[in-house]
Design a protein around this ligand. Structure first.
Ligand code: AMP
Length: 281
């Protein structure tokens, strides 16, 4: 199939979406920062199965990067991305020019408290404010009926659900399971930056989370299980563990015992690359 059309301007996007809506068609949006892999494509598949029209957005959002090196090195592969999307029922790619998202004089913030605190929120100052503003804008710009997000970024998913509820944005947020490589490593655009040696170490996060989940399910003391998991990640060759915690699956409240639906979440640093993962308990 041919690659979907790429739209860079908001007025063109709006005209297209208005035409679909007046024909009574439902619209899905899949927000991404590009460098698409099978994880992103699973969201696209879920969107296409659910809605008449599918918009994939590709925008490397500078406001959600707290580290300038991370922003500079973030992979940008738009032509490849468009080619990959040709295999799916995608109606258009919205890859807005920067001034279509942040016009000169842009001065508005969206800040979600509670779920955005701790975990990645504690280690990436300003990150979730950046996510919240761009997601709010993409929802308002696309006017989509449903938005598809990965559980891979579990805290982000909860932040987005919270802001949609709080701001009465008429969109349904759908969370989709994490897609992994055969050795358990969660697919991530940042995996492209791993050396061959680092790639062998990287699955240790998922292995440690799985082991901790099994231990907790088997009745082990949570604090001990978390400590063992941190140790296992460091022993595998990671340079540091930013966090490895048990949280309430809904409001992300810290838990000392798994007495309700819970999530284990971790972030660890390997060389210059920071990887995150999480699993249900
Ligand atoms: P990103 O381009 O990294 O901002 O991710 C765009 C969307 O893809 C987010 O909703 C992510 O949670 C989702 N995503 C990224 N990696 C995966 C994965 N391995 N499995 C499922 N969804 C993912």
């Amino acid at each position: 199939m041919t690659a979907p059309r790429i739209i860079r301007r908001l007025d063109v996007l709006r005209a297209q979406v208005a035409a679909w809506k007046s024909a009574g068609e439902s619209v899905a949006v899949v927000p991404t920062m590009g460098a698409l892999h099978a994880g992103h494509l699973s969201l696209v598949k879920a969107a296409a199965a659910d809605c008449d029209r599918v918009i994939v957005t590709i925008f490397v959002n500078p406001k959600q990067f707290n580290n300038p090196d991370d922003l500079a090195s973030y992979p940008r592969t738009e032509e490849d991305d468009a080619r990959k999307l040709a295999d799916y029922r995608v109606d258009l790619i919205y890859a807005p020019d920067a001034d279509q998202v942040y016009r000169p004089g842009f001065a508005t913030n969206v800040s979600v408290s509670g779920v955005s605190e701790g975990l990645c929120g504690a280690h990436r100052p300003g990150h979730f404010d950046g996510v919240a503003i761009v997601v709010t804008k993409l929802f308002l710009q696309t006017q989509a009926d449903k938005a598809f997000f990965g559980e891979k970024d579990y805290q982000q998913l909860q932040v987005v659900k919270r802001l949609v509820t709080d701001l009465d944005i008429p969109i349904e947020v759908v969370g989709c399971p994490t897609v992994r490589d055969a050795d358990g490593l969660a697919l991530s655009s940042r995996n492209l930056l791993l050396s061959a040696e680092q790639r062998l170490i990287a699955p240790a996060i998922h292995a440690a989370l799985t082991e901790a989940r099994d231990a907790i399910r088997g009745g082990a003391d949570v604090a001990h299980a978390l400590e063992d998991a941190r140790r296992r990640i460091l022993d595998a060759g990671f340079d540091s563990v930013e966090y490895l915690e048990l949280r309430d699956a809904g409001d992300l409240h810290p838990l000392e015992v798994a007495d309700r639906p819970a999530r284990l979440l971790a972030a660890a640093v390997l060389g210059k690359i920071r990887l995150i993962d999480n699993i249900a308990v």
